[in-house]
Each structure stands twice: as C-alpha cells, then as structure tokens.
Ligand binder design. Structure first.
Ligand SMILES: *Cc1c(COP(=O)(O)O)cnc(C)c1O
Length: 407
C-alpha cells in the first residue's frame, strides 16, 4: 500500500529532530530502544503540571476531578486503540517489564509442578527472566520454541512442544533485536486448542502495528508508552476480564482496596485491583495523546512508509559489501541488525555517533539470539515514520567511513 506521510510536517512535530549532535544534524535510528516525543505529547505533560496536577480517584476538589477525568479518558483511548471489550481490562503499568512481571507473579498461584510454559528463542530478557523466576517458584517447566537462521520461529516445533500440560505461552509480537513479525495469530490459536493462555509482548509491535486484542483473542497483551511516542515510565497491560479476576493482586497499597481492616482486606474491582499506589498520572494522560497522534497519521501509512525506509536502507547497506544482516524474514518491521566480518559492533556505533548518528550496539537485551548466531552483538538501526531517505544516506555514508577506518 502507498502512504500519505507528509515528512516535512511530521518532522516539525518533533522538536528534538532539529538538534545537532557532535556538530552534525541528529540522525536518530534507535527507535526500537525508545521513540522520540512529538510536541502534542510534550504539551500535554506541561499542561498537566501547569494547570491540574493532583492525585486521582480520591479528592473531592476540582483539580483532582480534572486529573481523574483526563486519566480515565486516556484509559478509554487505549481501550479503543487495542479494541478491548471493556475499560476495566486496561491496566496502567510502568511499562512492558512491569506488565509481564505482574502476570508472571499472578501465575504463581495458578501453576503447579506438573505444568509447562512456553517461551520463544526470540525474546527480550524481560519476557524470559520473570518466567524463569516463576518456574523456580512453582516447579513448572519452561520450554523454548526454537528459531531458524532467518530469525523466524519454528512453528512446527512449537506445535510439538504444546501439550495438555501447557498452561501459558508468552512470545513477542515483533522481535526487538531482529524485527521479525511473529505469526501470533497461529501461536494463539494453537495454544488455545490445548487450553493454554497466551501473553503477547507487544512492546516492539505497538509502534508499527495496531493490534486488535479481541480479533486476536489474546489473553494478555503488554506495551510500553515510550516506544510509541509517549513518555517513559508508563505502559499498558491488556488482560481478559476473566483472567484479571482470577489472578491475585500484584502489589498491595492504596487505591487497590475495597475495605481494609487488620483482620481482612478486600480488594477493589478492575482495573484498580492492579493499580496500587499513586500511578504515573501525567504519563498515562500523555500516553493517550501519543496514541491519538499516531492514529491521526494512521498505522497503515506508518507501516507503508517504514517499509519503504527498510527496503531502501537494506539495499544501501548491502551495497557496502562484506556485511551480514541478522533477521531476514519477509515479515519484518523497520529494524536492521548487522555486522561486518571482523569488526566489533561497538566500534561502528562509537564512530558513527561522532557523525551525529544514533544506533544501538550490543545484545539488545536478547542474549539467546546472539548466542544462536554465535556473535557478541550487532549494530542495530531501527527506523520510524519520522526518519527520511536522506538520513539513511547519511547513516550509510557514516558506516562506510567507519568500516574503512576499522578494516
Ligand atoms: C523494549 C522491550 C521490552 C521492555 O520494555 P520496557 O519499556 O523496558 O519495560 C520488552 N520486550 C520487547 C520486545 C521490547 O522491545
């Protein structure tokens, strides 16, 4: 599909994009780590602190009412965006890591030692470690869906791993290290056929693909605000109402209770049961504005434009020669992970930073993927709808220079 991205207009929305780094115009290609923030979101943050900063859900005073209304409006924006059936199924978190830990902690009261849970070889550490901790606690067994050389999941092997003992499957929608878009529709359907629940780590997908949680029939879907033009420190966990009712609270404190006595405390209903303490009120409100901003541009246009950038950058980089790209699935978001033979990724990253170009180097919180390829890490360039072909040219020229210096 074609896009109607008006790149000049979009870039003007992002104040940071006009700054210089080390004397060069910033070329920001680390979008998979965190995205930049448009003026509408920054304005929402300033407006909150300048005009209605107050604690929510408690005060009778006007500021508290205004803040509560704005926060709950943001929850509704997120509900509509992910097409959740109910607002109560949208839990504000501090981010994807928090969302996954919340669910993993809840499953400690669901799993027994004979149960099995399934992860994939393509995961971010935050979708591995909480489950390992859960397995240690419950005695449940962790199984791993293997990956292939192209950076895709082996779904035939997955079907063989599934059994009547499988209680939960957790995979990412898109791999942050390679950009692979996983076939989560199939993963969810096959898990449900065995009666297992599915958690999808949507952190890397959400900036590019609009997930419909009801159409997917997914049990849990987690995202971070800061990867989709929102602020850091806020995210969302979508959970099916039945599951959220079944799982125990994650943290105890204010806001999550119904009645407290020293004999017995009863918990608040959803979503408050999982939102103990004063939340990131401003962050939640700003996250809602970021979602509105992305939807105004349109996810179809974002995906089509980013695909153009991916194709262009892939061609330009390959033309440099001697370069290996990790993650070559035909279903990819705009992420290129690569290395040159005999050159450490960190050295490339350091040299091109001097030319104003921001990329990520290292294992990208996905050491098992690096182990699979037997490499210490990669250089990762990740593109967003506010990047341009001219920026890709500057990036490729910089990489070329670095390569000559290091060879
Ligand atoms: C970024 C990321 C996470 C972690 O998100 P936080 O915002 O750091 O909690 C988890 N999984 C994937 C796939 C990611 O890209």
């Amino acid at each position: 599909m074609s896009h109607t991205i008006d790149i000049e207009k979009i870039r003007a929305d992002f104040p940071i994009l006009s700054r210089k780094v080390n004397g060069h115009p910033l070329v920001y290609l680390d979008n998979a780590a965190t995205s930049q923030t448009p003026k509408v979101v920054i304005d929402a943050i300033v407006e909150y602190y300048e005009s209605y900063n107050a604690n929510i859900h408690r005060g009778v005073h006007s500021l508290s009412q205004e803040a509560t209304d704005a926060y709950e409006e943001a929850r509704e924006t997120l509900r509509a965006h992910f097409n959740a059936a109910k607002k109560e199924e949208i839990i504000f978190t501090s981010g994807t890591t928090h969302g996954i830990n919340l669910v993993a902690s809840g499953f400690a009261s669901v799993l027994t030692a004979k149960d099995e849970v399934i992860v994939s070889a393509l995961e971010h550490h935050s979708n591995i470690v909480p489950w390992q901790m859960l397995c240690e606690k419950t005695g449940a067994t962790l199984k791993v869906i293997p990956m292939t050389e192209s950076g895709e999941l082996d779904l035939e092997a997955y079907e063989e791993l599934l059994s009547e003992n499988t209680k939960l499957v957790f995979v990412n929608h898109v791999s942050n290290a390679l950009g692979t878009v996983n076939n989560i529709e199939k993963i969810i359907t096959k898990a449900h056929q065995k009666g297992a629940a599915v958690l999808i780590d949507g952190a890397q997908a959400a900036p590019h693909i609009k997930a419909d949680v009801q159409a997917l029939d997914v049990d849990f879907y987690v995202v971070s605000g800061h990867k989709m033009c929102g602020p850091t420190g806020v995210g969302v966990l979508y959970g099916k109402e039945d599951w959220l009712n079944k799982l125990p609270p994650y943290q105890g404190g204010g806001e999550m209770i119904d009645q407290v006595t020293f004999e017995k405390t009863t918990y608040a209903g959803l979503p408050h049961k999982f939102e103990a303490g004063t939340p990131n009120i401003c962050g939640g409100i700003a996250f809602g504005k970021a979602i509105d901003y992305l939807n105004e541009i349109g996810f179809d246009h974002i995906a089509a434009y980013e695909h153009e950038l991916l194709t262009y950058a892939t061609e330009q980089l390959l033309a440099l020669g001697d370069l290996k790209i990790y993650g070559t699935s035909s279903e990819k978001t705009a992420v290129i992970s690569f290395n040159f033979e005999g050159i450490h990724p960190y050295d490339i990253g350091t040299i091109i930073d001097k030319l104003g170009i921001a990329v990520r180097t290292g294992h990208h919180c996905a050491q098992p993927i690096m182990d699979f390829y037997k490499i210490p890490g990669t250089v990762r360039a990740s593109f967003s709808f506010y990047n341009t072909k001219e920026e890709i040219d500057a990036f490729v020229q910089a990489v070329k220079r670095a390569k000559i210096m290091l060879s």
